[in-house]
Design a protein around this ligand. Structure first.
Ligand SMILES: [Zn+2]
Length: 271
């Protein structure tokens, strides 16, 4: 029996990216004279708070509020933050909507450490909040930054968390609290994980992080330039689809452009 009553979805603003990062479509890109290669899309940046009887879990932390100044210029040009209001989209202000402060968070779970998922984790460093990440993900992020190949891993996020209360794990599956499971997925990054949450109301939600960016991608079972490992991607997408075929299971796609038409914003909640 799960002890999760409420799941709040957090709004960390929007960023934009060229469609080819997410959806491969050779016909669209290659057809002479009809190239849509510069078609950009706006995607929401989202996170979640899971209210469990024995603790409050934060899943992903959005973008740095000063991304335009603090990310490397080429990175910001590729993934510009197109909407971020400090009075609205910071973690502190999102938590305020549900009467929580950053000190109330028991654990932070990262799907992975890209700039739109680890961007506000720095606010927890001084609280000593445990930061849960797959070992491969932390190693990949630090290695790539060290080699000057950070891509969507940015210094401002990781350097701020040097010496923070990191907890790494290696297992395929890790149950944090009864009803809250982390599953290794890889695919998008070498240490990417997804989160499966079962609630008291009898629902199960699968938070895909960036394993799946867009609903179209889930349908065609392919990803654009942001795909790193196709075998992991196909195998684990099939696994998600098996889960999703059961009753009362929903797949939450964090960057779905129509996310906020489908789901309520905190302080409203899922149960
Ligand atoms: Zn990512």
């Amino acid at each position: 029996m799960s002890n999760v009553k409420k799941i709040y979805l957090l709004d960390f603003g929007f960023l934009a990216g060229e469609r080819g990062w997410f959806i491969p479509d050779p016909a669209m890109i290659l057809e002479r004279g009809k190239s849509k290669v510069t078609e950009w899309i706006d995607i929401p940046v989202t996170g979640a708070v899971i209210e469990h009887k024995d603790g409050i879990i934060l899943f992903d932390t959005g973008v740095n509020p000063e991304a335009a100044e603090k990310w490397p210029k080429p990175t910001f040009n590729v993934f510009p933050v197109t909407s971020f209001k400090k009075e609205e989209n910071t973690i502190e202000n999102q938590l305020k909507k549900i009467n929580l402060s950053t000190r109330d968070i028991s654990f932070i779970v990262f799907s992975h450490l890209h700039l739109d998922h680890a961007g506000q984790a720095y606010v927890f460093k001084d609280h000593n909040t445990p930061l849960l990440v797959h070992r491969k993900e932390l190693q990949t992020a630090l290695y790539r930054l060290w080699m000057n190949k950070g891509g969507a891993y940015v210094d401002v996020d990781l350097m701020a968390l040097k010496g923070a209360n990191w907890f790494t794990y290696d297992s395929e599956m890790f149950e944090i609290l009864p009803g809250i499971e982390i599953h290794f997925s890889g695919g998008h990054t070498p240490g990417h994980v997804i989160m499966k949450v079962s609630t008291q109301a009898g629902n199960t939600y699968i938070f895909t992080g960036d394993f799946v960016h867009l609903p179209e991608e889930y349908e065609v079972e392919n990803k654009g330039w942001l795909l790193e490992n196709k075998e992991e991607y196909i195998a684990n997408l099939k696994k998600i689809k098996v889960w999703a075929s059961a009753k009362n299971v929903k797949v939450i796609i964090s960057h779905d452009p129509s996310f906020w038409n489908k789901y309520p914003k905190a302080p409203k909640y899922l149960e």
